[in-house]
Design a binder for this molecule. Structure first.
Ligand code: 13P
Length: 341
């Protein structure tokens, strides 16, 4: 392991002004996203769509520090034969890869999952590194509901995240450690706070036991939010304060940066809350984004599978990248959204 190199890549992934594009939707997820815009999920459509994102040259160069790819995409070539990985590198961004195999039902834990993918992972990491990946992602999912999460679900997922992260570092790949507490349900922000704190404490304990070097990783957590169906919604400022309070209590300052997932927040909510956190400041890590839906919803709607819409889709993507880039600096304002509309 070359910790100086890992730290260099991790630090570049959370460069102020930039963040990560999560374009690693699995086959099932991209099919769902395409169905919503009336597009069939063929290999060519998936390639064309992702190629248009990666060819948004200015946004990619100025605002996107890294891109998380899916197994299919890291092997794909653009229409002119250039590997998609090369497009990302040429734009000055860093290619990464999702390596987990998804959340599967956890035994004796009804309604809960554990993320799988450790078997054969070392060999897959070597292959992905040869294909150009510099970092990896593994997503653990924790659901809040009556009687859940169980300690078993939290512990099993934290343990798997730590084993994954250690394997990545051994192979000189930066692990993005993603324990996502879902915002599904009607729970309060207080309940999300309690669960997120327990999850993060457990994850960092397991990372320590697995000898993971915190300087060479990036944390990808949820923001601390009320459930989407909760009647007790709260202002962005409260979300920002609560999220920072939990992170300060759980995340050692050796971690170079924290890149939030959007998790079903609207585009502008995800931007506004990241901005609010960066305005509060006073934390030892860079706070940035690693958004899937909050970066891609607008370009997907603008594209709708039609080649003639590609420029409009690139404009929509570039706008969201610009807004979120400003939010990493605490320099976003709501009127910047109106100006673009
Ligand atoms: P969302 O921002 O859509 O939650 O996706 C981020 C991600 O990579 C989830 O694993």
């Amino acid at each position: 392991m070359d910790l100086a190199e890992l730290n260099k890549v991790a630090t570049a992934m959370v460069t102020p002004g930039k963040g990560i594009l999560a374009a690693d939707e699995s086959g099932g997820t991209i099919k769902k996203r395409f169905a919503a815009i009336g597009v069939e999920s063929t290999e060519t459509n998936r390639r064309d769509y992702r190629e248009l994102l990666f060819r948004s040259a200015k946004a990619m160069h100025d605002r996107i520090s890294g891109v998380i790819l899916f197994d299919e995409t890291i092997r794909q070539k653009s229409e002119d034969g250039t590997p998609l990985v090369k497009l990302i590198e040429q734009a000055g961004s860093i290619p990464g890869i999702k390596v987990d195999k998804g959340a599967k039902p956890l035994a004796f834990a009804p309604g809960e999952t554990v993320t799988e993918g450790l078997d054969g992972l070392r060999e897959r990491l070597v292959e992905y590194r040869d294909l150009g990946a510099k970092f990896c992602k593994w997503r653990a999912v924790i659901d809040i509901g009556p009687g859940i999460p169980s300690y078993d679900a939290i512990n099993s997922n934290a343990h798997a995240l730590a084993r994954y992260a250690a394997l990545c570092q051994e192979e000189n790949l930066v692990p993005i450690v993603e324990p996502e507490v879902l915002m599904d349900g009607d729970h309060t922000i207080g309940r999300c706070e309690e669960v997120t704190e327990f999850v993060l404490k457990t994850v960092f304990q397991e990372l320590y036991y697995a000898r993971v070097k915190l300087e060479g990783m990036v944390l990808k957590p949820n923001m601390v939010l009320p459930g989407a169906k909760s009647p007790a919604q709260v202002p962005d400022d409260e979300i920002a304060r609560t999220t920072l309070r939990v992170l300060k209590a759980c995340v050692p300052s050796a971690v170079p940066g924290i890149a939030f997932l959007s998790g079903g927040q609207s585009d502008v909510e995800a931007t506004a809350r990241l901005d609010a956190m960066n305005r509060l400041g006073g934390v030892p890590w860079h706070l940035t984004f690693s958004y899937g839906r909050a970066l891609q919803h607008a370009p997907q709607v603008a594209w709708a599978g039609k080649p003639e819409n590609e420029p409009a889709a690139q404009t929509a993507f570039s706008h969201r990248a610009e807004m979120n880039g400003l939010a990493t600096l605490g320099k976003w304002t709501p009127d910047l959204e109106k100006k673009a509309a």
